[in-house]
Design a protein around this ligand. Structure first.
Ligand SMILES: [Zn+2]
Length: 101
């Protein structure tokens, strides 16, 4: 997962925090799809007025977060395709996967 290595927003290696892209207080679920790694500075910045992070990918697409700044500019962070990760998981029934040993 890219977010264990780099901050989603600034790509700082060794991101120290995990974050709800859509805050739990705003109804965002605690899930991988709604998660991202953020360094402490980007996590604090995200909470200031005018900043918005939004997951724009579907459940079967590489994770993609759109970051909107207070000036309206947008930045994009997309996880790389991960064929290895898919190979490590076995679907045991529709919607249920287990990690292969
Ligand atoms: Zn950062």
């Amino acid at each position: 997962m890219r977010d264990q290595i780099c901050c989603t927003a600034c790509a700082t290696p060794g991101s120290g925090t995990t974050d709800h892209v859509t805050a739990a207080a705003e109804g965002g679920p605690t899930s991988a799809a709604n998660g991202q790694g953020l360094c402490e500075d980007c996590n604090l910045t995200k909470e200031t007025p005018g900043w918005r992070h939004t997951v724009t990918s579907g459940p079967l697409e590489p994770h993609h977060v759109q970051i909107t700044t207070p000036t309206g500019h947008t930045h994009h962070s997309r996880a790389p395709d991960s064929t290895r990760a898919r190979a490590d998981w076995i679907q045991i029934e529709p919607g249920r996967w287990i990690l292969a040993a």
